[in-house]
Write a protein that binds this ligand. Structure first.
Ligand code: ITT
Length: 204
């Protein structure tokens, strides 16, 4: 049962996610995959964010004996029927860089005008116990896709995503501004509340 004296494994190989999850889980004792160099990432064979998040969290909990948190996330674009979606990390091919994925998305949307450039970031956080029980939490952030990358902040598709009510991209916002509205912050707020309720129940 995790409480503030116990440890939670952040089960992601994405450095941008680790940075944000650490900020959002301020106060928890955290380990990352850097502490388990022999544990290789699992194949993401699921068809939904929920499938892949659960698969990763269960895998990392089983391979470390710790409570594990995993994040499956991506960008859904309306004009592309929800693509790249769960394939966001490998949109431009296996092992694609963030810059290659961004370039491919901009090329796909080259003839698409603003109203159809609407989309959303989705994040599903899974928490798994060492025994393999899993809990899921979903957050989303609505917005639109810019015509060219702007800003050096964040990671992944941040330089081309403009959240609703903003004119700047996530890449142009500070880390704190992104956390105020991001899909990850929304999913993690629910996961945090769940973890705290487990700790409270354990303390009673
Ligand atoms: P793990 O599976 O090890 O966590 P990953 O990078 O493969 O790492 P995903 O399969 O969940 O993670 O792919 C997420 C993709 O969506 C990846 O290309 C990210 O760059 C992108 N993405 C997710 N959240 C993002 C965010 O907040 N800002 C920009 N891009 C994001």
């Amino acid at each position: 049962m995790p409480d503030r004296t116990n440890t939670l494994l952040i089960g992601t190989s994405n450095a941008g996610k680790v940075r944000e999850l650490r900020q959002l889980l301020h106060g928890w004792r955290l380990l990352t995959l850097a502490d388990f160099p022999a544990v290789q990432p699992p194949a993401e064979t699921g068809e939904t964010f929920e499938d892949n998040a659960a698969l990763k969290a269960r895998y990392y909990a089983a391979h470390t004996g710790l409570w594990a948190l995993a994040d499956d996330s991506g960008l859904e674009v309306e004009a592309l029927g929800g693509a790249p979606g769960v394939h966001s990390a490998r949109y431009a091919g296996a092992g694609a860089t963030d810059a290659e994925n961004v370039a491919k998305l901009l090329a796909e949307l080259q003839r698409t005008d603003d109203p159809e450039r609407r989309g959303r970031f989705v994040c599903v956080i899974a928490i798994a116990s060492p025994a393999g029980r899993t809990w899921l939490f979903r957050g989303a952030c609505e917005g639109r896709i810019a015509h060219a990358p702007r800003g050096q902040g964040g990671f992944g598709y941040d330089p081309i995503f403009i959240p609703e009510g903003e004119s700047r991209t996530f890449g142009e916002l500070s880390a704190e501004e992104k956390q105020q509205r991001s899909h990850r912050a929304r999913a993690l707020a629910q996961a945090r509340a769940f973890l705290l309720s487990l700790s409270d129940a354990a303390a009673r």
